[in-house]
Design a protein around this ligand. Structure first.
Ligand SMILES: [Ca+2]
Ligand SMILES: [Ca+2]
Length: 282
């Protein structure tokens, strides 16, 4: 059994250096805010557990290690499902648990969520303020997706749509779609075979040009030229405006049978960046 940490190459890893500066993998350092009280804390929950992902203030994202001491006193967290507010909980140190297989701390919570995935923030805004649309049919995106998959070197891509959600994810006033498409081929031992793929894409301006911006892609080519040795399944887990700027962040998971990682992605300069995340593996 081993612990896994899976991050995309674009993930910004914040490292805590001393008391005053943090640095990321671009080589930039910046000063910590003088007060942590303005940092919005972010939790994800499923079942009876809430995982503490870290915090955000404007465009600055912080690891759980950095903001954890804020929980010395109880903090009020509003929990939401994708379709509305669920309720409030107070978090204190006494609820904190550490799981040796996870790189984020967990909290035991008593919220009647019955297996649904939920999100909690300490911010006062509505994390679902922009309209989210769940269309019945992904056909309008099919040609764009197929054309894009051909660029990986797959002659006749076979896939199905797992999730597809529409909103203005780029903040330009035009409606976009985020989709995850998969094709899984397994052998008799349940191991993914070549020819499988798992790709999360943004299709911008779906009523116009339909430009594709890949967010997370795993393509396990038949001919082996991709140099991958295993297919990880990528999935859109949650959509919410976590920093209150009116533009949605995407929470995307990347995992396989031994564990998974989820990261928060923000859109800037026509690219999605992985900001903070959490991985658990057995
Ligand atoms: Ca848009
Ligand atoms: Ca946002």
């Amino acid at each position: 059994m081993r612990k896994i940490f899976i991050f995309s190459s674009t993930l910004l890893l914040f490292l805590f250096l001393g008391n005053q500066l943090i640095t990321d993998n671009t080589g930039n350092s910046k000063e910590l805010p003088s007060s942590k009280s303005e940092i919005n804390l972010i939790f994800f929950g499923i079942g009876n557990y809430a995982t503490f992902y870290g915090g955000v203030m404007g465009d600055e994202w912080y690891s759980p290690e950095f903001v954890l001491e804020k929980l010395d006193n109880s903090v009020e967290v509003n929990f939401y499902a994708m379709d509305g507010e669920l309720g409030k909980l107070f978090f204190t140190d006494s609820l904190l648990m550490y799981d040796e297989y996870c790189d984020c701390p967990d909290y035991y919570v008593d919220l009647d969520i019955d297996g649904y995935q939920i999100i909690g923030i300490t911010g006062k805004w509505d994390p679902f303020a922009p309209e989210l649309i769940f269309p019945e049919d992904p056909t309008p995106y099919n040609n764009s997706v197929k054309e894009f998959l051909v660029t990986y070197g797959i002659e006749n891509p076979v896939y199905s749509f797992e999730n597809y959600i529409e909103s203005d994810f780029t903040g330009d006033g035009k409606r976009d779609a985020v989709v995850d498409v998969v094709h899984d081929e397994y052998n008799e031992y349940g191991i993914t075979q070549r020819g499988s793929l798992s790709v999360v894409l943004l299709i911008s301006d779906i009523e116009g040009e339909q430009e594709i911006i890949p967010i997370f892609d795993r393509v396990y080519l038949e001919d082996g030229t991709d140099e991958m040795d295993l297919l990880f399944n990528n999935e859109i887990e949650f959509i919410a405006d976590l920093n209150g700027d009116g533009v949605y962040e995407l929470i995307i998971s990347d995992g396989y049978y031994e564990g998974s990682n989820s990261s928060i992605y923000t859109f800037k300069d026509n690219v999605f960046f992985g900001q903070i995340g959490c991985g658990c593996g057995g």
